[in-house]
Ligand binder design. Structure first.
Ligand SMILES: Nc1ncnc2c1ncn2[C@@H]1O[C@H](COP(=O)(O)OP(=O)(O)OP(=O)(O)O)[C@@H](O)[C@H]1O
Length: 367
């Protein structure tokens, strides 16, 4: 297995900076997910690692060796493309064998094909043409083609896109099993924050051609370094409200009362702020109030409003509340009893609130 190191990678298309000073270290054997909005440069980065694009600056290292000038076919890399296709005139076995010609013996190729097909549940499909495959089987066939290569570094470009429901879930499990059973360094590209959270050892979040944060899914979820990262992960998405910070006092738009922050948040941050609260960060303030943990503390931000929808599934109540022209999503205990039309006060403890300055950079608050 090989580590992948990107050092100050720059890429321009027609004078437009598509990748800017990209530095990333992917450990040998790690499953790294590159997460970012459409057009932020994810595919360009994968293609640069594969050697299908050459960078305008910086270098790519595999296992500490600079491979920037090594041709794609000579790099120890395989790539699953976004719209990878099986050859229509070949059986799956022939398609899998095709890129292996001259690399290993025919018997070794057949052994690898059998193993990959078994791993991905495609044994029965090996001698069929792709016209007989379902959408999920086509995707697994594309992966099988890649598995046979047994490259040290595996690049997956939006592998789960265009798959829905159980087929998507099944393919996600196939990918996890493959990464476990045939070890290698895997880099998986997606724009789907949930997918990143479920699959990654670590996530690298990209925004407009730059890597803005790298961390475990937990770090990214609980400690986003900026507003764009906070918004990129979580379902339902994080609630974002405007606010004002003055001399340590925080006023949040649509909330009931201002709250005092720790004095450590000084005038340096005075001005407009963004206040972000995950749906899981809210609790209900009981109407009796006094005995409720959230109601009894001063470091909670409260919002009084009306429940606009509530639905219990997956062991939780997914509700939305309207308060002073803002809609807030909250994920509450299944037995909270909140019904559509109920007047309710919800609150978030300061520990569950993320603050960002006017440019979207995180403001640390002592909690
Ligand atoms: N060969 C090319 N020539 C010119 N511009 C390109 C080329 N390839 C990509 N781009 C541009 O570079 C930017 C980044 O593209 P890229 O495909 O890397 O983004 P992405 O994050 O993978 O997007 P998506 O999630 O939509 O696939 C886009 O604005 C795209 O239009």
């Amino acid at each position: 297995m090989l580590a992948v190191q990107l050092v100050d990678i720059e890429k321009r298309y027609h004078d437009r900076d598509v990748l800017q000073s990209i530095c990333l270290h992917v450990e040998a054997g790690e499953y790294m997910v590159l997460l970012g909005e459409s057009g932020c440069g994810k595919t360009t980065m994968l293609r640069t690692i594969a050697g299908l694009e050459s960078a305008d600056g910086g270098r790519v290292e595999f296992g500490g060796v600079d491979v920037s000038r090594i041709a794609a076919r000579k790099r120890d890399v395989s790539m699953l493309f976004q719209r990878d296709a099986l050859y229509p005139h070949m059986t799956l076995r022939q398609t899998m064998a095709f890129p292996m010609k001259g690399l290993v013996s025919d018997s070794e190729t057949q052994q690898r094909i059998e193993r990959a097909a078994k791993l991905l549940g495609l044994d029965a499909m090996l001698d069929r043409h792709p016209e007989h495959f379902s959408g999920g089987e086509l995707r697994r066939g594309g992966l099988a083609k890649m598995v046979v290569r047994q490259a040290s570094i595996r690049l997956l470009d939006e592998p789960l896109s265009a798959l829905d429901g159980p087929v998507r879930h099944q393919f996600q499990q196939d990918l996890q099993r493959w990464h476990r059973e045939i070890p290698g360094t895997t880099i998986h590209v997606t724009h789907d924050g949930d997918e990143a959270m479920r699959m990654a050892d670590r996530v690298a979040v990209m925004h407009q051609g730059q890597i803005v944060q790298v961390g475990t899914p937990e770090e990214i979820f609980h400690h986003p370094c900026c507003l764009s990262v906070a918004k990129s992960i979580g379902s339902p998405p994080i609630n974002v409200l405007g606010g004002e910070l003055r001399q340590g006092e925080l006023r949040v738009h649509a909330s009931d009362d201002p709250i005092e922050l720790n004095p450590a948040v000084g005038p340096r941050h005075d001005g407009h702020v963004f206040v972000a609260i995950r749906p899981e960060g809210f609790g209900i303030v009981a109407s009796s109030g006094a005995n409720d943990a959230i109601a009894s503390t001063t470091s909670a931000i409260r919002f009084s409003g009306v429940c606009r929808s509530s639905l219990v599934y997956g062991g939780q109540c997914h509700a939305s509340f309207e308060t002073q022209n803002e809609i807030l999503d909250a994920t509450l205990p299944a037995d909270c009893g909140v019904q559509r039309g109920d007047p309710v006060t919800i609150a978030a403890m300061l520990a569950d609130v993320h603050l960002f300055d006017g440019e979207g950079k995180r403001i640390e608050v002592a909690r």
